[in-house]
Write a protein that binds this ligand. Sequence first.
Ligand SMILES: *Cc1c(COP(=O)(O)O)cnc(C)c1O
Length: 373
Amino acid sequence: MPIDFLNLKQVNAPYEADIRDAIGRVIESGWYVLGEETRAFEQAFADYCGVAHCVGVANGLDALHLILRAYGIGAGDEVIVPANTFIATWLAVSQVGARIVPVEPDERTANIDPARIEAAVTSRTRAIVPVHLYGQPADIAAIEAIAQRHGLRVIEDAAQAHGATWRGRRTGSLGDAAGFSFYPGKNLGALGDGGAITTNDAVLAQTLRKLRNYGSSVKYRHDLAGQNSRLDDIQSAILRVKLRHLDADNARRAALAAVYLNGLAGVPVGLPHVLDDAMPVWHLFVIRTGARAALQAHLASQGIATQIHYPTPNHRQAAYAAEAWPDLPITDKLQSEVLSLPFAPYMTEETVLTVCASIREFFARCGHDGTRA
Ligand SMILES: *Cc1c(COP(=O)(O)O)cnc(C)c1O
């Protein structure tokens, strides 16, 4: 039996009956945008994250972009972002016309290295956007301390970390505001695109409610030149169903991660490192190896699918070729070595052990660096 990297039909299978009911309810209601389902989901997700406000939007990129816009960050401003992240974190900054200031990761966690942030702060810096990559909270205590010293906003990119905690506090509540994505493959995934912003800032939330809806809170009165970026009621209804199971799903992910960590102990690969204060939700299970291409080919030959998050660093993408970036050797190194193993809550421990056995076999045959492959 081939082992998928991630099979979304299998992810949603346990909830299929409830999801069909939810969709049916929305069809019956005759109200499909900014209706009761969206209001109810926003309330439930705000409660879940431990914040006062949640504003549903069209996707995770819009969530980040709209936060920056609502804070008035734009041309002439600088925003500190991880060098090592999905490109959406960078695109949000580009969209408001601010300057991207990439900071290298802590090699152990792949998250932004707080020790390198302060050197990147200038008089133009307005915000830091930590990403909780692969589901592990960034070192928010250190980041918050720097932000306070310099009067900066902290905007979490929580697109991979629904439910993760830092010293017991949920992502989404750790900074001034947070952007979430409900893209189908995320820990809390819709059956289409979706996103949300969480915050305790009432003024920000009010501005965001306008910005996502043509700059309007009263029909045909437009206070701002806004956008159309709304979470629709069918996706909201589906997300209400899936939110009820998020903690159980995340617990299952943690159990499977533990099986991987045990199963790969002693194998010459870099394993995920969890910070003492962090409780990750294991969006991905990512190992590191200098023999990545050979290992990936070996696994593929045994029907085991893997992926690379992400194969090309943002500063080497064509989209950003026109700009002069600093050398980012840690990001380059990480992105040449990372390999994401099959990972989803529906997996059995046996399947995880099959993947581990295949990886062990590869290194037993090919040596530590895979050179005898
Ligand atoms: C998925 C993701 C986004 C973007 O979310 P979309 O809903 O796909 O726009 C942003 N940042 C990170 C880290 C992501 O993984």
